[in-house]
Design a protein around this ligand. Structure first.
Ligand code: ADP
Ligand code: MG
Length: 686
């Protein structure tokens, strides 16, 4: 039978039933799978050092023929495997302390590649960090100088995989059919698929593998983006919404009465939101911006646009304190317009709540501010036209939906202070449109960030004391990774007690996640009202309050925080006009480079990118919503430009052929239906 990419891998010469089973463990079942099992890295032997020139103290890569081997015990009882290598320039001894078993692998006559440092031990000695057996005996040819290293498994070394690929690559490559027509490839700068696979398995230079990987990564992202673009397309079709009209009434009066000038980004955001709201489709927009970039005012314009169209608008916040804060802000800004927002909070008495609910149902209050209390069943709106959800990631999908369902297809605006790169947001949040605010309102200086070790502790305390003496306040944050971690929590509690003695003349409060919510809120309110001067908090608490008077943020064990988390914490200060300070304490010198990078970076989107590179996709909020397959070739952290171009290409294709029904798109549809769980449902024809 003729070999095809979907032929079982056991069809290949050299693959018996046992080998086929082992390959199966790597996900290699067909010969095509083998072709797509690409090296995860390469050893670059193009910069090989002649053995004689390997100098003590250097890190080198050498290739030589094994001339002798042996295992010698050291005085301390450690057994060391040694092999002497020879090339045209001379000899060099390699030593593997504690690995006597290598005697069974490394044999006289083999051609060996080694990389590692050269030390002095009765002469020059290379301690290989890695080695690769290039050829089993002297009769073999010299293989290529770039050595692909394949993901391997027990019972199958990367060398065996390399040999298998080597033997069959020439036969397999002609079977590859590129799904992209040449014009598409040219438009997106993609090399032919077969060429990419060839380069990945056999790059002449290590650098040649990267553009080849990008080709596979693009395909992977493109499929994923087709799925998303299709989902967006279907969602939009079902998204008839309210068509608001700009009446230049409340919105204009707000603009004229604002005590400040809007920033350019705020104006742009308001424009995008207005465009959405005046269009016949439902708005579904995410507004991203660092704390302090002024998202609330932007949301207020949307709210007033709904209000001047005789609709109600609701804004829901994740905590009582935040909701109260919004209540205060909106009341102040709307006072001149004669509008009074209605509040609905959990801590209101039953009678107060009932009265508020009645007013809301009657349609009196145009603007309602609240917490989860808003989504209780008993709450009815007369005419909800806009739902705003602050700190949207703090709510579950159902909770967000519950607010939206209080109206008849209201527009939806989500706010978040956790910025992520735009193309990534589009990927994570499926059918949302995204607006970024990067610019900060002027006049507020940047928070000064410093990195210190424990030696500076007394000086830092002195500094906090002087700030508090001047009437300012400070946060002290302690890492408690999980509130059930007793030791951490104890350390934080002890810290609070210690600080209470250090600052005997001041009031120190403590909040942590194991406290009752009322107790916690009481302490936070006391801090807000400056009856508590220093607030000690554990990291699981989101100190979601706006205390303009707080000027110091001290973060203990800073090395234990992610960069995005540090950035959120830093955003808690610098909210007033006074100079604010963020101080990172860390005694872990390994962590200093990343913490130093944090100190000099203030842009939340930059930090989000760094954070992403540090942690990968896994932990990113909402990562699981991305759906679909795990990525094999693409990397969200480093392939954002590729993601953006895949997204655009997919959007174009879906716009032109929403169900991928055209013959030239059949290959894409088949692939998606086969690979994606939702594929069939999304691309069912008819
Ligand atoms: P966040 O984006 O964190 O929700 P807020 O909306 O709470 O930020 O705004 C933070 C502070 O900045 C508020 O006190 C707000 O009144 C103020 N503010 C917002 N926009 C501007 C602006 N353009 N100029 C000056 N101050 C502004
Ligand atoms: Mg806010």
């Amino acid at each position: 039978m003729k070999l095809q990419l979907n032929s079982p891998v056991k069809f290949l010469k050299g693959v018996g039933p046992k080998r086929a089973e082992t390959l199966g463990r790597l996900g290699i079942r067909t010969v095509g799978d083998l072709l797509y099992h690409v090296p995860h890295r390469y050893l670059d032997a193009t910069t090989i050092m002649p053995l004689a020139r390997a100098v003590v103290g250097q890190e080198v890569t050498c290739v030589g023929r094994v001339v002798t081997t042996g295992v010698l015990p050291t005085r301390r009882g450690l057994r060391v495997f040694r092999a002497v290598l020879k090339d045209q320039s001379g000899l060099l001894e390699c030593a593997w302390p504690g690995r006597p078993f290598l005697e069974r692998q490394i044999k006289k006559g083999q051609l060996l590649l080694v990389t590692g440092p050269v030390r002095y031990y009765h002469g020059r000695q290379l301690i290989p960090r890695e080695f690769v057996i290039l050829a089993e005996d002297e009769s073999e040819d010299n293989p290529g100088l770039v050595l692909p290293i394949y993901p391997a498994t027990e019972g199958l070394t990367h060398r065996q995989i390399r040999a298998l690929v080597h033997d069959h690559l020439a036969a397999l490559l002609p079977l590859v059919v590129d799904p992209h027509p040449p014009a598409f490839r040219a438009a997106h700068g993609l090399m032919p698929l077969g060429r990419a696979l060839e380069l990945l398995h056999r790059p002449p230079q290590v650098a040649d593998a990267e553009p080849a990987r990008q080709r596979l990564a693009f395909d992977e992202l493109f499929d994923q983006q087709l799925v998303q673009a299709r989902a967006r397309h279907l969602a939009k079709r079902a998204r008839a919404g309210i068509r608001f009209t700009v009446r230049h009434d409340l919105t204009t009066r707000l603009k004229e009465g604002l005590p400040f000038e809007l920033t350019g980004d705020q104006r742009q955001a308001i424009r995008e939101i207005t465009d959405d709201m005046t269009a016949p489709l439902k708005m579904h927009r995410l507004l991203m911006g660092d704390v302090g970039t002024g998202k609330t005012v932007v949301a207020l314009f949307a709210i007033l646009l709904a209000a001047e169209n005789e609709y109600q608008a609701a804004i829901m916040a994740p905590t009582e304190l935040l909701a109260e804060q919004h209540g205060v802000t909106l009341t102040r800004l709307l006072e001149p317009l004669g509008i009074h927002p209605e509040l609905l909070l959990g801590r209101m008495t039953a009678a107060e709540k009932a009265a508020a609910r009645e007013r809301i149902a009657g349609g009196g209050p145009r603007i309602v501010v609240g917490t989860h209390a808003l989504i209780q069943e008993s709450v009815k709106f007369q005419r909800l036209g806009l739902a705003v959800i602050d700190e949207q990631h703090r709510f579950g999908v159902e909770q967000r939906a519950a607010l939206v369902e209080k109206g008849d297809a209201p527009d939806v605006l989500l706010l978040t202070a956790t910025p992520i790169p735009r193309s990534l947001a589009l990927t994570l949040y499926g059918d949302l449109d995204v607006t970024q605010i990067r610019e900060r309102p002027p006049g507020r200086g940047e928070v000064k960030t410093a990195l210190r070790d424990d030696g500076a502790r007394q000086k830092i305390y002195q500094f906090i004391r002087s700030e508090c003496a001047a009437g300012r306040q400070a946060y002290v944050i302690y890492p408690v990774i999980d509130e059930s971690e007793r030791a951490d929590l104890k350390a934080a509690t002890t810290m609070a007690q210690t600080l209470a003695t250090v600052f005997a003349e001041l009031r120190v409060g403590l909040v942590h996640g194991r406290m009752k919510a009322e107790e916690r809120d009481a302490t936070m309110r006391a801090f807000r009202d400056n009856t508590v001067n220093i607030l000690v908090a554990t990291s699981v608490i989101e100190v979601g309050i706006d205390v303009a008077n707080a000027t110091v943020m001290l973060i203990e064990h800073a090395e234990r925080f992610g960069l995005a988390q540090l950035h959120q914490l830093r955003g808690r200060v610098g909210r007033g006009s006074a100079q604010s300070h963020c101080i990172l304490l860390s005694d872990v010198s390994d962590a200093w480079p990343r913490l130093q990078a944090f100190c000099v970076t203030t842009d939340g989107f930059k930090i989000a990118e760094l954070d992403l590179q540090e942690r990968g996709m896994g932990e990113l909020a909402g990562a699981r919503q991305s759906g679909g397959l795990a990525l094999r070739y693409a990397n969200f952290a480093t392939d954002l430009p590729l993601l953006e171009s895949a997204r655009q290409a997919a959007a174009q294709m879906i716009a032109a052929d929403p169900a991928l029904e055209r013959r030239e798109h059949a290959a894409y549809r088949e692939r998606i239906v086969a690979r994606y769980e939702r594929g069939f449902e999304l691309f069912r024809v008819g």
